[in-house]
Design a binder for this molecule. Structure first.
Ligand SMILES: Nc1ncnc2c1ncn2[C@@H]1O[C@H](COP(=O)(O)OP(=O)(O)OP(=O)(O)O)[C@@H](O)[C@H]1O
Ligand SMILES: [Mg+2]
Length: 253
C-alpha cells in the first residue's frame, strides 16, 4: 500500500495528505489527554467512537446548510475532510456554567446562563489556550470583525442543532468547543466548521440523572470513558454493538 504523507500529529488525531488536492485524512487515535496533556491515557475504542460521532454531527450540520469540512468517512478510524486554514481560536459556546467559567465567576456548575454565550480562546498549547477578548483577535489579525460575526453566527447554529439533537435523546448540551477554518474560492473565503465535534469537545449531561457523558469522565476519574461515549452513540443510534470488539481488526497501514 502506498505510504501517505503525515502532515501533523496532535494529541487526539493524525492528519495525512488526502487522495485529492485540498483534502486531508483525519485519523482518530485512542489517546486521551486533559489539562493541556498533563494527564494522559489510551482509551481503547475512543477513536472509533469519536470518528463516528463527529461524522454524525458534521453530516447533520451539512444537511441543514451549516458548512463543515466533512466529506465522508473512510473507515472505522478515518474520515476525509476538506483541508482548511485553521483560524487559531477555540470557539466555545456555553449554555450552562461549567469548567473554567464556573471557576472564574464562582458559579455553581450547571447554572443556566441567561443566553448562550460565545467565547474565544487563543489556540496555543504553550500558553494553555488563554481566553481572549475580540479586541485581541482583531488587533493581532487572527480574524477580522467580519470573520468574528460569521463565526459567532456559525457557532450559534451549531449550538441550536447540537442542543436539539441531544435534547431528543435525553442529554443536556452544557457547552462545547469548535474550530473553524477558511477555504478559498477564487478571491473569496468561506468559513467551515472543522476539526471534530465529539464528546471530547462537548459537555454532555444526562437530563434525568446529571450523569456526565463526556471527557470530564476522564478529567475527573468518574469511571469508564468508553462506556460514556458508547452510551451517547447508542442513544443517537450511531453505533450498534460492542465498540472495542469492532475496533480491533480494522487498523489500516
Ligand atoms: N480540515 C482541517 N484542515 C486542516 N487542519 C485541521 C482540519 N481539521 C482540524 N485540523 C487541525 O488538525 C489538528 C487535529 O489534531 P488534534 O486534535 O490531535 O490536535 P491537538 O493535539 O488537539 O492540537 P491543537 O492544539 O493543534 O488542536 C488540530 O491542530 C486542528 O486544528
Ligand atoms: Mg484538538
Amino acid at each position: 500500500m502506498a505510504r501517505r504523507k503525515k502532515l501533523y500529529e496532535g494529541k487526539a488525531k493524525i492528519l495525512y495528505e488526502g487522495p485529492e488536492p485540498g483534502t486531508i485524512v483525519q485519523y482518530f487515535k485512542d489517546d486521551a489527554t486533559a489539562f493541556n496533556a498533563e494527564k494522559r491515557d489510551v482509551i481503547e475504542g475512543k477513536g472509533v467512537l469519536n470518528n463516528r460521532l463527529s461524522e454524525f454531527f458534521m453530516k447533520g450540520l451539512n444537511n441543514i446548510g451549516v458548512p463543515t469540512h466533512f466529506i465522508r468517512r473512510l473507515n472505522m478510524r478515518e474520515q476525509l475532510v476538506r483541508a482548511v486554514e485553521i483560524v487559531p481560536l477555540e470557539i466555545i459556546v456555553r449554555n450552562f456554567a461549567a469548567g473554567s467559567m464556573a471557576k472564574r465567576l464562582g458559579l455553581e456548575e450547571g447554572t443556566q446562563l441567561p443566553r448562550p454565550i460565545v467565547e474565544f480562546s487563543y489556540k496555543n498549547d504553550e500558553l494553555g489556550d488563554p481566553l481572549v477578548p475580540e479586541e485581541y483577535i482583531i488587533a493581532f489579525g487572527w480574524a477580522s470583525q467580519q470573520d468574528l460575526d460569521d463565526i459567532v453566527a456559525l457557532a450559534l447554529r451549531v449550538n441550536d442543532f447540537m442542543s436539539g439533537m441531544m435534547m431528543g435523546v435525553g442529554i443536556k448540551l452544557v457547552d462545547f468547543k469548535i474550530e473553524v477554518g477558511r477555504v478559498w474560492e477564487g478571491d473569496y473565503q468561506r468559513l467551515l466548521v472543522a476539526d471534530e465535534i465529539s464528546p471530547d469537545s462537548c459537555r454532555l449531561w444526562d437530563i434525568e440523572t446529571g450523569q456526565k457523558l463526556d471527557k470530564d469522565v476522564f478529567r475527573r476519574d468518574l469511571g469508564s470513558l468508553t462506556d460514556a461515549y458508547t452510551e451517547v452513540a447508542r442513544r443517537l443510534g450511531v453505533m450498534p454493538g460492542n465498540v472495542s470488539q469492532a475496533s480491533k481488526p480494522t487498523l489500516i497501514n
